[in-house]
Ligand binder design. Structure first.
Ligand code: SAH
Ligand code: SF4
Ligand code: F3S
Length: 469
């Protein structure tokens, strides 16, 4: 059933949390410097910006390095086994550091913590971890830290909160003055059979559009030139709240704010509406870049994955977008080695990739996640078969990327300049509207500006060019 409004946490609760932040800052024997280590997707990256915002309010400054920090927090991901293992491996690495510096505080948070039993596992297997919490209680971070420091005891708090809530007005320390993430919705309702995200991020909750538009206005006033709207399935924005704008309407409203570039991710192919395509085509600021994860090219597999579209429907949507936004740059996510995937079914993914012609693709080997439907399916694919298939798929995509990038040579792109190249300070790097890195000769004064660059050559994953007036 739809709610009548977004389920925001009461303002008093956020005020209380800000009180804990001030109280923490006033402690004498608290850590002084912090390091936030982030894994996973943009959602997590943005959560880490909120953690850093809270840490600043708590009187702490960013450490020069992980080794030098008084407090290290791992914001974890569990979408695939290797993401989780990498995070845990690094947590263990801190055990040694803590032996040398017993005052070092260690915390673990994020999606990994939301898995059943993980709280107990951390308590049992990682005795040097001082604090652990999940995704639903991130806003309680200062209170939990205060508890841990004052009591000198370990604190673990994970809330199994299906409904979830929306914290507004928490402090945020953004990692760039020119780009900004804006979360437009939390959670996911799709339950793709392989995916753990709905279990660790809860149900879909849309933020109020008025809040989002106000945040964008503020960011524009601060000089931000590109916003990235975040959600696991942005196309279903607003559907959970009575009378809320649709995603296409929200995009139109944001287009009016006047920030030069608007991006969004992730779009679920089943929900790409004609209305959205029309808004993209008519807009002034929405980038002509669309991440449209297809996952697989075979209909049996897509059905088993619970993706709720067919290969034909997906290709029809791609054609519809290309008809109205001919220069659209498409990217995707692909999974190989899904349970029962036959050689012929895998070939369907390869042929779909060729047929669409993506600018680039993220390719993953299927990783069984405990608690998901696919994890219990028969015919799990052996590692050597999946490895061979992913190599084959990567090689195909590499060729396509090469051809697509070569076709950009001679065009003039607008590039938001990010930084000087690490190897050569006279070389600048930035992203074009298609989100492809472009390198060109220039000077650091250009950082943060949008310049026009004529593309002169194409590399494997970047373009090269020269500025024109
Ligand atoms: N909400 C986004 C995806 C979030 S997860 C969407 O629906 O597109 C990012 C990507 O990780 C997915 O697109 C999928 O390709 C991959 N992924 C998710 N679960 C996985 C698993 N169990 N094994 C391998 N890849 C997985
Ligand atoms: Fe996972 Fe599917 Fe939700 Fe994406 S849409 S987060 S793949 S369940
Ligand atoms: Fe990972 Fe959580 Fe994102 S599981 S991919 S960090 S939503």
């Amino acid at each position: 059933m739809k709610r009548t409004q977004a389920i925001e946490l009461p303002a008093e609760e956020i005020e209380r949390q800000r009180g804990w932040m001030r109280e923490f800052a006033a402690l004498e024997d608290r850590p002084q410097t912090y390091c936030v280590v982030t894994y996973g997707c943009q959602m997590n990256a943005h959560d880490s910006e909120t953690l850093e915002g809270m840490l600043s309010e708590m009187g702490m400054t960013k450490a020069e390095s992980r080794e030098a920090a008084d407090f290290v927090i791992f914001n974890t991901c569990c979408v695939r086994d290797n993401a989780q293992r990498r995070a845990l491996g690094n947590v263990v690495w801190l055990k040694e550091l803590k032996k040398q510096r017993p005052e070092l505080m260690v915390a673990v948070c994020g999606c990994m913590m939301q898995q059943p039993g993980m709280g107990e596992q951390i308590l049992r297997q990682y005795p040097f971890v001082d604090l652990a919490f999940g995704t639903h209680n991130l806003y309680r971070f200062a209170q939990l830290m205060l508890q841990a420091v004052k009591s000198r005891r370990r604190v673990v708090e994970v809330i199994a909160d299906d409904e979830g809530s929306i914290p507004e007005e928490l402090p945020v320390r953004r990692s760039s003055p020119y780009h900004a993430y804006i979360t437009i919705m939390y959670g996911c309702n799709n339950f793709c059979s392989y995916c753990i995200v709905p279990y660790v991020r809860g149900r879909e909750r849309s933020r109020a559009s008025a809040r989002i538009i106000e945040e964008a206005r503020q960011l524009k006033a601060e000089g931000v030139r590109e916003i990235m709207l975040l959600g696991q399935n942005v196309n279903s924005y607003g559907l959970d709240v009575e009378g809320e704008l649709s995603f296409a309407q929200l995009l139109s409203a944001l287009d009016e704010v006047g920030i030069e570039r608007i991006r969004f991710m992730t779009s679920h192919p089943k929900d790409i509406s004609d209305e959205l395509i029309d808004v993209m085509a008519a807009s002034k600021h929405i980038c002509h870049a669309l991440h449209l994860p297809v996952q697989h090219g075979n209909n049996r597999v897509l059905r088993s994955m619970n993706r709720r579209y067919t290969r034909e429907k997906y290709l029809e949507r791609v054609a519809a977008i290309r008809a109205k936004v001919p220069d659209i740059s498409l990217t995707t996510d692909l999974i190989v080695g899904y349970p029962g995937e036959t050689e012929e079914e895998f070939e369907d993914t390869c042929s779909l990739v060729r047929e669409v012609g993506y600018d680039s693709a993220f390719t993953f080997i299927y990783s069984p996640r405990v608690g998901t439907r696919a994890a219990d399916m028969p015919d799990q694919i052996p590692e050597d078969v999946s490895s061979r298939r992913i190599q084959q798929l990567i090689a195909i995509q590499k060729e396509i990327t090469h051809a697509r990038y070569a076709a950009y040579v001679g065009q003039v792109h607008s590039v938001l300049v990010d930084e000087a190249s690490k190897r050569d300070e006279h070389q600048m790097a930035g992203k074009n509207e298609y989100n492809i890195t472009v390198n060109f000769p220039g000077t650091p004064e250009l950082i943060g500006q949008i310049v026009r660059v004529k593309i002169t050559s194409a590399g494997e994953s970047t373009l090269r060019g020269e500025t024109i007036d």
